[in-house]
Design a protein around this ligand. Structure first.
Ligand SMILES: [Mg+2]
Length: 235
């Protein structure tokens, strides 16, 4: 089957946090008089994310979506703060953190990403972003300079379903006008990106920037960057 579209994950694939989350949390918490050890808060943050429900609110009214997103993150950040969350300053600190991560300065675009997105389009491919993210994603892509390089962006809170659910891929491909059999998805998470895309009928590639070399389903390719993915399309 010819390839008509490539969809990509966002965080960990096109961009990443500019500094470790634990460091940002500890730095901003200190401004609110809350003492946190960066390594400890990082460990608790990872555990909180792993235990959190999917970042999607099926059936939620669009006008309430922002509240649901904030509440989801409030619970995650609370767990990450541990005893620090009992501080009377916690709510103010959370508000600042939520705003910080809505700003481009908190993130760093992987150097290969913009050129790779342009190269995909230059091949005549439709390009999409499929991300488990909240409404802050659209502004971030804009401010990071990535929005003009993609045709469609689909985030989980908007469609009410998160990866690895095949439905989020189908929403994206419908918007791109390309059937799953002619699409490839690439991302850095084996379950969300690889298993999800395969279940939705797309081809899948793992973007393994840190060379963690997690086990993959048979036949799934692993590359170290989006640029390497694009180069591999030629061979
Ligand atoms: Mg990711």
């Amino acid at each position: 089957m010819p390839l008509g579209a490539v969809t990509l994950d966002a965080a960990g694939t096109l961009f990443e946090v500019a500094e470790p989350v634990g460091a940002t949390y500890a730095r901003i918490a200190a401004r609110h008089g809350i003492g946190l050890a960066p390594a400890e808060v990082m460990r608790r943050f990872r555990a909180a994310l792993a235990a959190a429900p999917p970042l999607a609110f099926p059936g939620a009214s669009p006008v309430r979506l922002g509240d649901h997103e904030r509440a989801w993150w409030y619970a995650v950040v609370r767990r990450a703060f541990g005893a620090g969350a009992t501080s009377p300053q916690f709510d103010a600190c959370f508000t600042e953190l939520f705003d910080v991560f809505a700003q481009a300065a908190a993130w760093r675009v992987f150097p290969d990403a913009p050129g790779a997105l342009r190269a995909l389009r230059a091949r005549g491919l439709r390009v999409g972003v499929v991300s488990n993210f909240d409404g802050r994603l659209l502004g971030l892509l804009e401010h990071l300079g990535l929005a003009p390089l993609v045709d469609r962006t689909v985030h989980s809170t908007r469609v009410g379903v998160a990866k690895p659910d095949p439905a989020i891929f189908h929403v994206a491909l419908e918007a791109l006008g390309v059937p799953p059999s002619e699409a490839l998805h690439a991302g850095d998470d084996v379950m969300a990106d690889v298993e999800g895309a395969l279940a939705a009928g797309l081809r899948a590639v793992l973007i393994d920037r840190e060379e963690r070399r997690a086990a993959l389903p048979p036949g799934v390719q692993r590359v170290r960057s989006v640029a390497e993915l694009v180069a591999g399309l030629d061979s």
